[in-house]
Design a protein around this ligand. Structure first.
Ligand SMILES: [Zn+2]
Length: 254
């Protein structure tokens, strides 16, 4: 079984059928779809749109909620979305949502995630959208700080970078995970010996999650992100954790 922890599907940007075909071609059983609000130039992908998709394909697609956490009423909006669509976590995108992870106004949303025992996946690192403030996505140290302050909250560093201290932040915090989406896959395809070294630096293989950032217009990303994981010189047990078991536990899938 393969679970892709990080994908996007947007309104009028490719079809769900094309997306599911891409999953089938790469033996991906379940994809976790992340809305981004506001979508801006990327296109519309809000809670309602993603929630509906997940309801239509309950065996293939699971969703996260997305709210602007600094807005008044964000925590209530989050609770309502979780109740309505049975979302499995919260997605935050600091550069597109124009807030800093150290903004105290996000605390109520963190509290909701603790109460519901669901993870928060946070975009970090590069973003190509002009106008998106990358200063706000360079936030791994803030996530480290939040993980210390909120030991019961689970944080996922999306696009975790093996060439930075991200693996150490995962190592030292039992409540921090990182996904392989884009960044780790990129470096591991350039330097195949990097993967095992990163897992060693992480001192665990329990909190690394395969993701691809695939979308309905670009299903090639399934292959690009999966290939370095399939070719990594690690035991099958560890590979299975990265591709499936770790996500299953975090998403509470039986
Ligand atoms: Zn993404």
């Amino acid at each position: 079984m393969i679970i892709d922890f990080h994908v996007h599907i947007r309104k009028d940007k490719g079809t769900v059928d094309n997306f599911l075909r891409g999953m089938d071609q790469n033996n991906i059983d379940i994809s976790v779809v992340h809305p981004i609000v506001p979508g801006g130039t990327l296109g519309l992908s809000d809670n309602e749109f993603v929630g509906q998709l997940c309801k239509e394909h309950p065996d293939r697609l699971l969703g996260f909620a997305c709210v602007i956490p600094t807005e008044l009423g964000a925590a209530d909006e989050l609770k309502a979305a979780l109740d309505k669509y049975d979302f499995k976590g919260l997605k935050l995108h600091p550069p597109l949502q124009n807030f800093s992870m150290d903004d105290p106004r996000i605390a109520p949303c963190i509290e909701v995630c603790i109460e519901r025992d669901i993870p928060i996946l946070i975009h970090t690192g590069g973003i190509y959208t002009q106008g998106a403030r990358m200063m706000l996505s360079d936030c791994s140290y803030i996530i480290d700080d939040l993980a210390i302050r909120y030991p019961k909250c689970k944080f996922v560093i999306a696009h975790g970078n093996p060439m930075t201290w991200d693996p150490v932040i995962v190592a030292k915090n039992p409540n921090v995970y990182m996904d392989t989406t884009g960044t780790m896959a990129h470096w591991c395809s350039l330097f195949p010996q990097l993967g095992p070294a990163v897992i060693e630096q992480m001192r665990t293989s329990d909190r690394l999650l395969y993701g691809s950032d695939a979308n309905a217009m670009n299903t090639q990303r399934f292959v690009e992100n999966l290939k370095p994981m399939l070719e990594m010189d690690i035991s099958e047990e560890v590979r299975n954790k990265i591709l499936c078991e770790n996500a299953k536990k975090l998403l509470k899938i039986k």
